[in-house]
Ligand binder design. Structure first.
Ligand SMILES: *Cc1c(COP(=O)(O)O)cnc(C)c1O
Length: 405
């Protein structure tokens, strides 16, 4: 794998200039990932929608638009952010889950593309809009992808998507209201480890697609896995691109129309570009363990605690120090362990530690728990550091609270 050890002296400079905790994003790396994905597919009409929930900084969203991406938005607020970042309404696919018809109506008013993931809302949508507003349908093909229970969304008990077994009912609803179905969508889970498994799921989408006559695109969701550990298997994008584009073109021929092939990666585009910088506050030796307590916690980077995710950690202040074993923990009043038994160059209080692969679901899942302030975000581009979100201040904690006399 390519462990992306960004230019550590730039990271140190960022920590010095903007203080810690700090998220830093390498814009060149994001462009590179976009190009790699776009280049992996043969002669198909490929459209990449950035699943912006991974990282909603508008400057990152703008960058991806410059690359040629659209946006996949899972809430009306993400739709608004995308519009604010300069996306045209038809470049935005709104893919909500368990929202009410009122929010979907707002999205229709904003002119964005609508993805519906349950029959009840589809019926209400049909009554409201008939054939006047095209919709995409989110299908659950019941393919298990990925190993972790939190991030597998294609299985039988999942709340996501319309079950493939309910297609006859869907057809009745669609015909009854004359709904114009312009796309089918699936998002099977967060990890594609095996191209074959993915192609099987794709077959299910093709089979379903043949009974909808007005399709313009098929959206294969995401699930591109990036390597978090040295020996992690990442999705073989090139193999997937080659195999799927071949099969897709065959399908389009059978279907009798050239459809667009859509994907909506989040993690793949932004994860490896991100580093999260923290400071070692205290070295705490117990009978069993040497803890490094840092000036951050689950409030800023939740993935290790929530998903049991591994993030590589290195001590960028003392790269040549002796290797020692540490357990890196946060300062929140919870057991917020970032990493057990990590080999780090000797850590001294005040050293800066860098977490790799922190671009996706890092800042966007951050909170103010323990009344801590959320970090700043910095972009690295052409060797230059630019603050793209300021650090929160105490006033931000009070901003929404009422002053009652
Ligand atoms: C979260 C999400 C994605 C992106 O998933 P990644 O694993 O970050 O690539 C894509 N599509 C939908 C509908 C999502 O909810």
């Amino acid at each position: 794998m390519r462990m992306n050890h960004q230019n550590d002296s730039l990271l140190l400079q960022a920590a010095e200039q903007f203080d810690t905790p700090l998220y830093v994003y390498d814009f060149a790396r994001i462009r590179e990932q976009y190009k790699r994905l776009a280049g992996a597919f043969g002669k198909v009409q490929l459209k990449i929608h950035y699943a912006c929930k991974a990282l909603t900084n508008i400057h990152v969203m703008k960058l991806l638009r410059e690359c040629g991406a659209g946006v996949d938005a899972v809430s009306i607020q993400e739709v608004q952010l995308a519009l604010h970042a300069g996306y045209e309404p038809d470049e935005i696919l709104y893919t909500p889950n368990c929202v009410g018809l009122d929010e979907i109506k707002q999205a229709v008013e904003l002119g964005v593309r609508i993805n519906i993931d349950n029959i009840s809302i589809l019926e209400q949508f049909g009554l409201e809009f008939g054939s006047s507003v095209p919709v995409c349908l989110r299908i659950n093909p019941h393919i298990m992808a990925g190993g972790h229970s939190h991030i597998s969304v294609g299985h039988i008990d999942s709340k996501f998507g319309i079950s493939i077994y309910q297609m006859r009912h869907v057809q009745r609803v669609v015909q009854e209201a004359g709904i114009h179905v312009n796309g089918l969508h699936m998002h099977t889970g967060s990890d594609i480890l095996d191209v074959e498994v993915f192609l099987n799921a794709a077959e299910i989408l093709f089979e379903t697609a043949s009974s909808f006559k007005e399709l313009e695109f098929l959206d294969f969701g995401s699930g591109f896995k990036v390597a978090y550990k040295e020996d992690d298997i990442a999705t073989d994008i090139e193999a997937l691109g080659k195999r799927l584009s071949e099969r897709f073109n065959e399908f389009c021929e059978e279907y009798g129309n050239e459809l667009e092939l859509w994907f909506e990666p989040g993690k793949f585009l932004v994860s490896e570009a991100g580093s999260f910088l923290v400071k070692a506050n205290v070295i705490k030796q117990t009978t069993a363990t040497v803890f490094v307590g840092v000036n951050s916690g689950q409030n800023h980077l939740l993935r290790p605690m929530f998903y049991d995710a591994y993030h590589h950690i290195r001590n960028i202040s003392n790269p040549d120090g002796n290797q020692r074993i540490y357990t890196v923990v946060g300062y929140i009043c919870e057991t917020d362990t970032f990493g057990w038994d990590r080999r780090l160059s000797e850590v001294r209080e005040g050293d800066i530690l860098a977490f790799s692969n922190a671009g996706a679901y890092g800042f966007s899942m951050a909170s103010n728990y323990n009344s801590r302030l959320r970090p700043a975000e910095v972009a690295i581009d052409n060797g230059e550091l630019t603050c793209i979100r300021r650090r929160e201040t105490f006033e931000d904690l009070l901003r929404t609270q009422m002053e009652l006399s």
